[in-house]
Design a protein around this ligand. Structure first.
Ligand code: 1CP
Length: 326
């Protein structure tokens, strides 16, 4: 959840010298940035430093990262001709930089699980068609309602690329894959069931067949919690809009949970809401298969000391809480 990023002084030091694109496209820099939060916090896993938009690049639609806006495509996907032109992705050719960074980081972290990641197909399609994060979904929605068959072809091509890329990450040294479905909440329930869920399901099934463990991150998908287990993920990562109790009661106990502290809580000193954190651990971790995390990425102006205090608190309290629960 953006363990690395703008709130970390050591990240800012590198960022002052390079733009974001150079940082994730240079394997040595991406490896160094991956290690930064590991050195600072001693977490139980590391996540490779990259971005979900590498798939758009690989499919021929270059992404620029604009300060204050995020990813922007100069050539958004709006026509059948553009989709027809997309050739199958070869991750070792098209996304070699991140695969190399994974191999380097895995070599540096022999004892720590390394998380590779990808955007879920609908989330990627939304960025690629809208051209940036448009709240209204102006272009993806008109494609969905005007030419649903075209959107299905695009989603198939993206799914194929995501599957190949995720497998290549695993082959390059990633121990598991987190699939970020960050924009599916923009859909109606029926559109979610038609254009987001089946494609995420397909990606996860293919990865599971290859023996790769998967975390599915469901941002804003609380209203559709009952559908999420259809995606055969090992772990479901939830945002803070769902109470820990409802999360654990809605997701079968064989699926582990990850989450779900509101990242904005970290503007305050975690000692002020210790009890809230205890409740989260007790409810989400009722059947033990639980990974403490935030509900979404750390915001750029969060004080780094508060993140440190949060991690220390979790390390101290979680085993004690589990002992009490026995
Ligand atoms: O320094 C900078 O200006 C770059 C900021 C930044 C960073 C640090 C971006 C641009 N991406 C990243 C890294 C990143 N992105 C990671 C690396 C792992 C880590 O550091 O912990 C990961 C996992 C992502 C994933 C990502 N990128 C998602 C899915 C997760 C989520 O936030 O929902 C999405 C939607 C993106 C798009 C993106 N890239 C960058 C930004 C600022 C955004 C989001 C913009 C928006 O809200 O639309």
């Amino acid at each position: 959840m953006r363990q690395a990023g703008r709130y970390m002084p050591e990240y800012q030091k590198i960022r002052a010298k390079h733009d974001f694109e150079t940082m994730y496209k240079t394997p040595e820099l991406a490896c160094e940035i991956t290690l930064q939060p590991v050195k600072r916090y001693g977490p139980d896993a590391a996540i490779i430093f990259s971005d979900i938009m590498v798939i758009a690049d690989a499919l021929g639609h270059n992404t620029r990262f604009v300060d204050g806006t995020g990813p922007v495509l100069d050539d958004p996907v709006r026509s059948a001709a553009q989709i027809e032109k997309m050739r199958p992705v070869d991750p070792y050719e098209d996304i070699a930089h991140t695969l190399k960074a994974i191999t380097l980081a895995a070599g540096e972290l022999p004892d720590l699980p390394l998380i590779g990641f990808a955007g879920a197909p609908f989330t990627l399609a939304k960025y690629m068609v809208d051209g940036k994060n448009l709240k209204t979904g102006r272009y993806i929605k008109s494609m969905l309602y005007d030419s649903p068959d075209l959107l299905r072809i695009l989603l198939d091509k993206i799914s194929d690329a995501v599957i190949k890329y995720a497998k290549a990450q695993s082959e390059s040294g990633a121990d598991l894959i987190q699939l970020f479905d960050s924009s599916a909440a923009a859909l109606s329930e029926s559109a979610f069931l038609e254009y987001a869920l089946p494609y995420a399901e397909k990606v996860v099934n293919e990865l599971k067949k290859a023996g790769i463990p998967v975390i599915y991150f469901a941002l804003g998908l609380g209203p559709w919690l009952e559908y999420i287990p259809r995606i055969d993920a090992d772990v479901v990562s939830l945002d803070w809009t769902i109470s820990p109790a409802r999360a654990r009661n809605s997701i079968p106990r064989n699926i582990a949970l990850q989450g779900n502290l509101d990242p904005a809580a970290l503007y305050a000193d975690p000692q002020r809401y210790e009890e809230h954190i205890d409740d989260m651990i007790m409810e989400m971790g009722k059947y033990k298969n639980y990974i403490v995390n935030l509900g979404h990425g750390i915001l750029p102006d969060i004080p780094v000391e508060n993140v440190e205090k949060f991690v220390d608190m979790i390390k101290q309290r979680s085993s004690r809480i589990y002992d009490r629960m026995k």
